[in-house]
Design a binder for this molecule. Structure first.
Ligand SMILES: Cc1ncc(COP(=O)(O)O)c(C=O)c1O
Length: 384
């Protein structure tokens, strides 16, 4: 059921597809970018204005944990969005959630311990765990269960291969699956009972289409909570995120941050502080993703892709392509080369069943979705 992985570092195929697409663009081709999970629009205008004003005085390091003004705003965010009181001192501002994973793993666990992740799941989880010397255990989640992780899944895999940590995202990448409040409460309680430390990757928070996003922070202070400005706030390239830590881990993580990264980029911290007040802008973008979700899901189904239905959150369609191929990488390369549509092969997210899937991001414009569907129809109808 679960698999302990070898330490082989794998490429991040989404980024490899970006590179391949850029090469084609350099040759004059027009490429539709559905491969990478990033909003096409810039951050809110007030974010850019604030950064422009701050430019002359933003050359220095900040406090390693991040500017206190930003950490206070983040504490306000938890009070308003989640009704919980978070001490700004328990927050460390990071370089996206990517550097927060490193801090969480090294700060929360002994090297070599087992940490569980879902399959399919975000590829950097496995690669980072493996690269740092932890052992990853995979918990399969299935389309028949809406790709949602359940407490039962955790218990079943833990019984076979006990693990010390569990890292999972809700909404998830690549499936967009979200657990609801009851589901998350059960996951938190199950982890507690098993002595498993939970790392909750909340990077797609705000992008839940069924209701408000629920944070693990709402169920106590023993989970590690990770979030980022990349997705909801349209700031992928600003490399800024944060981690909320249980008190016993704080000092160790602070020292890791000091030594590994010194501090997150100063300008990005200023931008992030302003972005937190610009949720209306993010909600407008989200309405666009919601519309795209409907268009893409219906369009893919009509073309013969098998999709579970509209995803709960995030901005991805994870589509079964077994009607067309048994090699998702080759399928994506051909789709890009012949039709100019960039998508990500499922092998990025699932080293076992990933050849049956591709992931398409609908964080772009409506026109991009419509044109991509048109081009895909032509591609699938081409003579063999
Ligand atoms: C689930 C998940 N976590 C983390 C990340 C990394 O994001 P960042 O480092 O930009 O915050 C991504 C990026 O796609 C993601 O999908």
């Amino acid at each position: 059921m679960s698999t302990e992985l070898d330490t082989g570092l794998m490429p991040f195929h989404a980024m490899e597809m970006v590179a391949r697409a850029k090469l084609l663009e350099a040759q004059g081709r027009t490429i539709l970018h559905l491969e990478v999970g990033e909003p096409a629009v810039p951050p809110a205008p007030r974010v850019i204005e604030a950064v422009a004003r701050a430019l002359p005085e933003a050359q220095r390091y900040t406090n390693s944990k991040g500017q206190i003004e930003l950490r206070r705003r983040l504490a306000d965010y938890y009070a308003v969005q989640h009704g919980v009181e978070i001490d700004p001192e328990s927050i460390v501002v990071t370089m996206g959630s990517s550097s927060a994973f490193i801090l969480a793993f090294l700060g929360g666990f002994e090297l070599g311990t087992r940490i569980a992740v879902t399959r399919p799941g975000y590829p950097a989880y496995l690669n980072t765990l493996n690269g740092l010397g932890f052992r990853a255990v995979q918990i399969p989640v299935t389309a028949s269960n809406g790709w949602r992780l359940s407490a039962t899944d955790i218990v079943a895999v833990h019984a076979q291969q006990p693990f010390d940590g569990l890292l999972f995202a809700s909404p998830a990448n690549p499936t967009g699956a979200s657990v609801d409040r009851a589901g998350l409460a059960e996951i938190v309680a199950t982890c507690r009972r098993l002595g498993v430390r939970l790392i909750s990757d909340e990077i797609y928070h705000g992008l839940d289409y069924r209701g408000p996003s629920v944070s693990a922070a709402e169920f106590g202070t023993d989970s590690i909570v990770i979030n980022s400005f990349s997705k909801y706030y349209c700031m992928t390239g600003w490399r800024i995120g944060w981690i909320v830590l249980p008190e016993p881990l704080l000092r160790k993580v602070e020292m890791l941050q000091q030594n590994l990264f010194i501090s997150a980029p100063t300008l990005s911290q200023i931008a992030a502080r302003v972005a937190l007040g610009e949720r209306d802008y993010s909600e407008t973008q989200k309405a666009g993703y919601a519309e795209n979700r409907g268009i893409l899901t219906a369009g893919l189904s009509a073309l013969g892709f098998a999709v579970v239905g509209q995803a709960d959150g995030a901005f991805y369609a994870y589509a079964d392509v077994s009607a067309f191929t048994n090699n998702s990488l080759k399928f994506c390369e051909d789709l890009l080369d012949h039709a100019g549509v960039a998508a990500t092969p499922g092998i990025d997210f699932d080293r076992v069943d990933g050849n049956r899937f591709v992931r398409l991001s609908y964080a772009g414009s409506r026109q991009t979705m419509e044109l991509a569907l048109e081009r895909m129809a032509g591609f699938l109808a081409r003579p063999a």
